[in-house]
Ligand binder design. Structure first.
Ligand code: AMP
Ligand code: GLY
Length: 425
């Protein structure tokens, strides 16, 4: 089989690495990919939003299966374009990717189908939003409706901050048209857990849980980022939580999408908050998380291509999804100092060879490229996801931090407390 993967981050590197283990696969392409991905796939210089070029490439190379890693092309309808051309593709169509593409859509869906989530209102008129805030309980949460690189969520402690938030999202349009509509919702407290799942339009199968660290600095300080590191499984995702979510959240979401005439095929990422009133949905994503894929896929025991195909064909019931639950994984992101605001790129990266031939240690590239001299250099805010598995979360964490020392580049920055909650649990 020939497989094409669309995307260029650590998530796509983890997907490509896992696809490469399939005995069915003879060739992998990745568009556009990065320097690390080129160790397992042939990278082709086509952007993830260049649908016509991607379709033409897939036809020319007779690609058997295309896997879409990123949210932007999914929300933009890339799957519909591939299907129209008669190509097999893993991911939700545009009318289902809206589950991530519009927070107003997903909140309304949860309300209609009684899926537990924070109480909320939606607004398209800034005046009305401001009036609503006058009597609302603080703290309160403001969310831009559309995609904003995970940064369109504002937690406001008081009325003043909330009003400034409406100004920023709806009037100054800090996230462009993503702020044409906003969701204002109740502030929830509790532990956050990420749960990825495979969905075939009808049924859902859950992957191992993970816990992200979204803030830039230690102790959950600093700005929200795409994710600075994480671990899997989460010790807080108990059997009780799992049973509750299976009954009230996972399958009900898949059934709701089907009932709305928007059958979902692909990965649903459930962002959950374990509140004192039980688990509630914070958000849905229509794809693997980054870096959730990096901690979950190393422990997936199935041939991932079989699972992708079962989702496309609607035969997921025939797959016995298995994870190595005796082991745990920790990923620490090595970033460029200054991320997520301003940072420099183009610095040579040393020490990547230490990972070669070592079981349990992985380095998934997020933002790297080859420079003119053929050296691997930094090319993004998040640069590498240094990942390790071990017999316990504690061991995996120690190994991941040990491996962060093997790699050097100018302006290297990381959080030093990824998975610290594990030691305290
Ligand atoms: P989201 O992109 O919707 O997951 O939001 C980003 C982050 O903001 C989440 O991971 C939470 O830490 C936080 N957040 C979002 N919604 C709420 C809420 N209703 N209450 C408390 N924190 C929230
Ligand atoms: N790590 C969070 C995300 O991928 O959205």
């Amino acid at each position: 089989m020939k497989v094409l993967i669309v995307g260029s981050g650590g998530r796509e590197h983890a997907i490509a690495w896992k696809v490469a283990q399939s005995p069915k696969v003879e060739k992998i392409y990745c568009a556009p990919g990065n320097a690390g991905i080129s160790s397992v796939a042939e990278c082709v210089p086509i952007g993830a939003m260049e649908f016509d070029k991607l379709v033409a490439f897939a036809k020319e190379k007779a690609i058997d299966l295309t896997v879409i890693g990123m949210d932007d092309p999914l929300v933009g309808g890339i799957v519909d374009e591939f299907e129209k051309a008669g190509l097999r593709v893993f991911g939700p169509r545009k009318n289902a990717a809206i589950l991530e593409g519009s927070k107003a859509f997903s909140k309304n869906l949860m309300k209609k189908y009684n899926i537990p989530t924070a109480a909320y209102e939606t607004f398209t008129d800034p005046e009305e939003a401001l009036r609503y805030l006058e009597t609302a309980k603080m703290p309160i949460v403001l969310k831009a409706d559309g995609l904003a690189l995970g940064k369109g969520v504002l937690i406001c402690q008081n009325l003043e901050e909330a009003k400034a938030g409406v100004q920023e999202l709806m009037l100054d349009k800090k996230f462009g048209s993503a702020g044409d509509e906003i969701v204002i919702e109740e502030f929830m407290t509790g532990r956050e857990v990420s749960v990825l799942s495979f969905v075939d339009g009808n049924i859902v199968k859950i992957m191992s849980s993970a816990q992200d660290h979204k803030r830039a600095k230690d102790g959950d300080q600093g700005l929200n980022t795409g994710g600075m590191g994480n671990f899997s499984p989460s010790p807080f995702y108990t059997e009780e939580v799992d049973a509750f979510c299976k009954k009230y959240i996972y399958q009900p979401t898949v059934d709701a999408m089907k009932a709305e005439g928007r059958p979902f095929k692909g990965v649903i990422f459930f962002g959950l908050m374990l509140t004192p009133d039980g688990p509630k949905v914070l958000e849905y994503n229509a794809r693997f998380g980054d870096p959730e894929a990096q901690v979950v896929l190393p422990r997936l025991e199935n041939d991932i291509v079989d699972v992708f195909e079962a989702c496309v064909d609607g035969t997921l019931d025939q797959i016995d999804l298995k994870f190595d639950n005796d082991r745990a994984t920790v990923c620490v992101i090595l970033a460029s100092d200054g991320y997520p605001v301003a940072y420099e790129k183009g610095f040579p990266i040393k020490g990547l060879e230490y990972f070669e031939g070592k079981d349990d240690y992985y380095v998934f590239h997020s933002g790297t490229k080859f420079n003119d001299q053929g050296q691997i250099v930094t090319n993004g805010g998040r640069v590498l996801g240094v990942t390790a598995t071990g017999g316990s979360l504690k061991e995996a964490r120690a190994k991941a931090y040990e491996a962060t020392e093997w790699v050097q580049f100018a302006n290297k920055y990381m959080r030093t407390d990824i998975g610290k909650a594990i030691d305290e649990a």
